[in-house]
Design a protein around this ligand. Structure first.
Ligand code: SF4
Length: 344
């Protein structure tokens, strides 16, 4: 059985024609899948019965099933462990922000990047997700929100996985989100987060999509960054910054650099100076993320005074900077932890 969910309108039209239907049946199929979010061919009432039977005989609508759910005490963050037909599980997070509903989508099952602060990489990478599986995460949460008269407003592709090593599927997903026959989302409401896969940052800049790019930096020095993020040995810090700079120049979009603040590791004055100097003159901002403590590594969150000092140093040196508000600490919001609990 082949999965039909995540196919584009031209692909659905081609499928309809291959099953002996006129072209407009493809459009109707897309409406049932993406506008009405129907998960059963039998419910697609305006399609001829024999077309529905042929679809049911050869195809499935592979949507995500919920395995687990955790809600934060304040009710603003919900983390879902969703699974697909082969049993692979991924985490998807809903964050109810003051500016709307934001979701964090996974792009791979597990991750091979090996970032030292991340639970998603502990069991390696299992496989890439298809565009349909990323869309299924989105629809799972959008359906929940629609029952409350709401919808998904912004998307960050920042869950488990390195999206730029699953380039074609991720780009297919982003384009689908934007299509009018699907969710019709603005590209500007979509953010792709990468650990710094340099050649694909250049490739992305050529796509002409006004999405937001976020780059995980986490250290302003080559050696420390390699320690925290092994991918830095392949794509060194200087090359990542150069790619980010050229991405901003080419797309006129501000690049966000994510910087996890770890007490005594990457939060001193010298490091603030180096970070400001790296980004000087670049169309960029820094998002400081005080770490969720990692007991195994003895990594702790800096004091509030130290966080504010780091933030102020950057701001005083003309670097746009924000500090990420804590969301969902009480539900293990760090990516990968819920899935790992179930693997255990
Ligand atoms: S932080 Fe992102 S890129 Fe790094 S290991 Fe975790 S999921 Fe992979």
């Amino acid at each position: 059985m082949e999965n039909i969910f995540g196919r584009t309108l031209p692909e659905l039209t081609e499928l309809a024609v291959s099953l002996g239907m006129p072209k407009f049946r493809g459009k109707q199929l897309a409406e049932w899948l993406y506008k009405k979010s129907v998960t059963d061919f039998a419910a697609m009432q305006n399609l001829p019965k024999d077309f529905r039977s042929k679809l049911a005989a050869g195809y499935v609508i592979d949507r995500a099933a919920r395995v687990d759910r955790l809600d934060s005490a304040d009710g603003r963050t919900s983390k879902f462990l969703l699974s697909f037909s082969d049993g692979a599980g991924v985490e998807t997070v809903l964050m109810r922000q003051p500016y709307g509903n934001s979701i964090c989508v996974s792009s791979q099952v597990g991750c091979s990047m090996g970032c030292r602060f991340c639970a998603s990489t502990l069991h390696g990478m299992v496989r890439n997700l298809t565009a349909g599986e990323m869309l299924a995460q989105t629809f799972y949460i959008n359906d929940l929100l629609q029952a409350e008269g709401q919808k998904v407003d912004t998307i960050v592709i920042m869950g488990s996985g390195e999206p730029l090593t699953n380039y074609d599927n991720v780009l297919g997903y982003i384009r689908l989100l934007h299509e009018d026959y699907c969710l019709g989302m603005s590209y500007r409401s979509i953010t792709l987060s990468t650990s710094g896969i340099v050649p694909h940052i250049y490739r992305l800049a050529e796509e002409g999509l006004p999405i937001n790019l976020s780059i995980s930096l986490h250290a302003p020095e080559q050696e420390l960054r390699s320690e925290l993020m092994p991918i830095n040995k392949k794509y060194p810090l200087a090359d990542v910054i150069k790619a980010g700079r050229e991405y901003g120049e080419k797309t006129h979009r501000r690049v966000t650099y994510e910087y996890i603040l770890i007490d005594g590791v990457n939060d001193n004055l010298q490091q603030a100076k180096e970070l400001a100097s790296l980004l000087r003159g670049q169309l960029a901002s820094v998002n400081l993320i005080p770490i969720n403590p990692v007991a195994e590594r003895n990594w702790n969150r800096p004091s509030l005074a130290r966080i504010e000092f780091f933030e102020k140093y950057l701001a005083d040196h003309h670097i746009a900077v924000t500090v990420r508000r804590e969301m969902g600490n009480d539900i293990q919001a760090a990516c990968g932890q819920l899935r790992n609990k179930h693997i255990k």
